[in-house]
Design a protein around this ligand. Structure first.
Ligand code: FAD
Ligand code: NAD
Ligand code: ISD
Length: 400
């Protein structure tokens, strides 16, 4: 017979950390809760991996970014869990779940039973091997999802100072890692299949600003193609990336950020997409704010079901690269109206669909401006004159 807990959180990432904090707010008794995580460390703020941890000087290291410091709350170190009577079962992968018997089976053969299970298994990176690329396990190819990946990336960067990196993928990981590589004095070529970076969110006009900024820092963009193969040396290190269009790009290291797959294999059906009330739609959101808020909401539903309201989430995404910083609220559908002055590093965009403003983006804003954006994206005001909206720009959200 293995261990038994009233509540088990499966997964030890961002959602697990914020769920635990909410349980503490609800006064959960000592001994009732355990977190099971494949990772070797207590939950931490994953965004720090591509920002603070990769800085050339004064890099962030644990315990400084354990949850929930991302929202200015307590730093939940292993001692914090101990003091709150919570068990951290680390370096433990759950390989099967029997929902009828409420039992989890670990890869090492231990069973853990629960009364209530919170599934917080997050996602894993898509790997090049899944696309049939050979030689993708070379020592100088890096991914970035967990602390181990970040430590490897830091080591590989240290061995490549003054050298060249190829970044595969033009999404969040690609953009944030490319900026970190440049800051570490490594020359970057980015390769991705779309016509511009951050294609899931940015329009070509927004992307043009960031690509221009990166180019000024020596980054080369190769767009509209994907990699086909690696060239490696006798030490099995990648020396060049061969593209589908035949080009060879020299590389001392490679960073891959080609998206993620949610870890839903243990369960029957999708446990990740959720109803977005304000858009009458169901979505999967791969960002930290939703991980934090949905975790707290799930705990409220468990601990005080009579008080809990429907989850009414406003999508919020952000990034910080070099000295730039942007935030986005809402939905990026419909017409996109730009405002402001990219040359001043302060500009933005509104998305208008069916006569309503539904999304708002701003680079270089301050606290008040970002909160005005959030407010207007939630209100979804009627917009009849798109040109006028463009002229009003940042003044528009402040009229509410
Ligand atoms: P995760 O944080 O991925 O945690 C899942 C946990 O479950 C992990 O500990 C994993 O090991 C564990 N697990 C999975 N399967 C098992 C199993 N079978 N047994 C045991 N344990 C298991 N979002 C933003 O909005 N802004 C940012 O700036 C930002 N930066 C990011 C930077 C990086 C480098 C990365 C990788 C992501 C970033 N994100 C950012 C995204 C954000 O971190 C994620 O959306 C968030 O971490 C999701 O939280 P989660 O708890 O659902 O999953
Ligand atoms: P992403 O979905 O943001 O971007 C994936 C990129 O890889 C896209 O440019 C895509 O076209 C490209 N791509 C896909 N297949 C490819 C292939 N075979 N060859 C070359 N390029 C290919 O995913 P990501 O950048 O890998 O980020 C992983 C996860 O981490 C995402 O969920 C992201 O939201 C999250 N993250 C978020 C932030 C943030 O919010 N600031 C920061 C880092 C990571
Ligand atoms: O939300 C975040 C974010 O973007 C980070 O880098 O949390 C982390 C840090 O603020 C925690 O150290």
């Amino acid at each position: 017979m293995g261990r038994a807990f009233k509540i088990v959180i499966l997964g030890g990432g961002v959602a697990a950390g914020y769920a635990t904090l909410e349980f503490v707010k609800h006064g959960i008794p000592h001994g009732d809760l355990c977190i099971i995580s494949e990772e070797a460390v207590a939950p931490y703020e994953r965004p720090a991996l591509s920002k603070g941890c990769l800085l050339p000087e004064g890099a962030a290291a644990l315990p400084s970014f354990h949850t929930c410091v991302g929202v200015g709350a307590e730093r939940q170190t292993p001692k914090w869990y101990k003091d709150h009577g919570m068990e951290l079962v680390l370096s433990t992968r759950i390989k099967s779940v029997d929902v009828k018997k409420r039992t989890l089976l670990s890869a090492a053969g231990e069973t853990i039973t629960y009364k209530t299970l919170i599934i917080a298994t997050g996602a894993r990176v898509l790997r090049l091997e899944e696309f049939g690329v050979t030689g993708a396990d070379a020592d100088n190819i890096c991914y970035l999802r967990d602390l181990e990946d970040a430590n490897k990336l830091v080591q590989v960067m240290a061995s490549c100072k003054g050298g060249m990196a190829v970044v595969i993928g033009g999404g969040y990981i690609g953009m944030e890692c490319a900026a970190a590589l440049v800051s570490n004095n490594i020359k970057v070529t980015m390769v991705f299949p779309e016509h511009h970076c951050m294609a899931r969110l940015f329009t070509s006009e927004i992307a043009a600003f960031y690509e221009g900024y990166y180019r000024k820092r020596g980054v080369t963009f190769i767009k509209g193609t994907v990699m086909a193969a690696f060239e490696s040396n006798e030490e099995k290190k990648v020396t060049a990336v061969v593209l589908k269009d035949g080009r060879h790009v020299e590389a001392d290291m490679v960073v891959v950020g080609i998206g993620i797959r949610p870890n839903i294999g243990l369960f029957e059906g999708d446990v990740v997409t959720f109803p977005l009330k304000s858009y009458r739609d169901t979505r999967r959101l791969e960002h930290v704010d939703h991980a934090r808020k949905s975790a707290a909401h799930a705990v409220q539903a468990i601990m005080s079901p009579e008080k809990v309201h429907e989850y009414d989430y406003l999508p919020f995404f952000y990034s910080r690269v070099f000295t730039l910083s942007w935030q986005f609220y809402g939905d990026n559908v419909g017409d996109c109206i730009m405002f402001g002055e990219p040359n001043d590093k302060k500009f933005g965009a509104f998305w208008v669909e069916k006569g309503h403003l539904v999304g708002a983006f701003l680079e270089g804003g301050n606290k008040e401006e970002y909160s005005a954006l959030e407010k207007v994206a939630r209100l979804k005001p009627c917009v009849l004159d798109l040109e006028l909206l463009g002229r009003q720009g940042l003044a528009f959200p402040f009229t509410f």
